[in-house]
Design a protein around this ligand. Structure first.
Ligand code: ADP
Ligand code: MG
Length: 305
């Protein structure tokens, strides 16, 4: 049987033995390493975007460059951290003009200024299609780090923003939730957090696997992207659970914290936060709709599909 993306990652993880400098290796949004700065951890992440998989040439060079940085910033944000430096490997195909490359880089640099990232190197290679692969470092105070593991039975499950239909355009222009994630991580006891890159269904499963628990999601509470509201309920829910690249935050806190957090968050930020479910002991995902609980049948997004 051919392995999918996560089967392959599991295989790689089993072949790797983390050293003593590693707090968390493969399996979270970013690797967590011991830092020379007292009271801090270093974060280290990597994300590549590839022509015709994560973008089309027609999307425009600036937007493609912006996205390449934003997806990495989103992973640093998901750890509760602050991004610092990045190296950029750019694969450039024969048909690409110098002007396109310049615009691509100006998109990269625009995102870097916006999110406080410094480009400190990279690599430029000839490739069949365009790709941009970025490795990014970040830092986080030990007390503010947020892992995927840590969700506990009884926790309220929350998400920022609206889910679904990202590939209609949002995936190129989304703002990684760095401000919101920092605020959450610094002000509240967040039990677990990650960004949603492979659909709520896929990433919720990953969070539950890491935390050894399950979830009940309340269908009526899932915040749908506006364009989904015209669709039938089941179709719009499917999009919200299975579309890739929302880059919203998924996190859990105790119910007592959730109430205050929701009020404060929605007062402070333009983007809204929603309570969408509850963590349970049973290691399964359920959907509760109109009071009826059934096993969640949606699966996450897969670029390998
Ligand atoms: P994210 O969507 O947050 O970027 P991924 O789903 O891409 O995370 O990856 C999940 C985890 O697996 C991460 O910790 C990532 O660093 C790790 N990972 C992904 N691909 C590889 C690989 N080829 N080798 C080693 N680790 C990998
Ligand atoms: Mg992530």
């Amino acid at each position: 049987m051919k392995l999918d993306e996560f089967g392959l990652i599991d295989k790689f993880a089993r072949m790797t033995k983390p050293g003593t400098n590693v707090i968390v290796g493969i399996g979270d949004d970013a690797a967590v390493l011991k830092s020379k700065t007292k009271g801090f951890y270093d974060l280290f992440t990597c994300d590549a975007i590839v022509e015709d998989v994560h973008f089309k040439l027609a999307d425009g060079a600036r937007k493609i460059g912006y996205k390449a940085i934003a997806v990495n910033v989103s992973d640093i944000a998901a750890m509760g951290g602050i991004p610092s430096a990045a190296v950029v490997a750019a694969g450039i195909s024969k048909n690409i003009s110098t002007k396109f490359c310049e615009e691509l880089y100006s998109g990269i640099l625009f995102a870097c200024r916006k999110f406080g990232v410094e480009i400190v190197g990279g690599d430029t290679v000839r490739s069949k299609g365009i790709f941009i692969s970025i490795a990014m470092t970040g830092v986080v105070e030990k007390g503010n780090i947020t892992f995927r593991k840590g969700a506990a039975p009884g926790d309220t499950v929350m998400v920022t923003g609206r889910l679904g239909h990202s590939l209609k355009g949002k995936h190129l222009t989304f703002i990684p939730r760095i401000k919101e994630a920092r605020w959450l991580a610094c002000k509240f006891p967040v039990h677990s957090m990650m960004d949603i890159s492979d659909g709520l269904a896929g990433d919720l499963k990953r969070m539950c696997d890491a935390s050894k628990c399950g979830t009940v999601i309340f269908a009526e509470k899932v915040p749908l992207e506006r364009t989904l509201k015209k669709l039938r309920k089941n179709v719009s829910l499917k999009h919200a659970f299975t579309d890739g690249e929302d880059f919203e935050l998924l996190f859990t806190v105790s119910p007592r914290v959730a109430a205050k957090l929701e009020k404060d968050f929605n007062r402070k930020f333009k983007v809204k936060v929603s309570k969408v479910g509850v963590i349970i002991k049973e290691k399964k995902l359920f959907l509760e709709s109109e009071g009826k609980k059934t096993p969640l049948k949606f699966r996450g997004y897969s670029h390998f599909g």
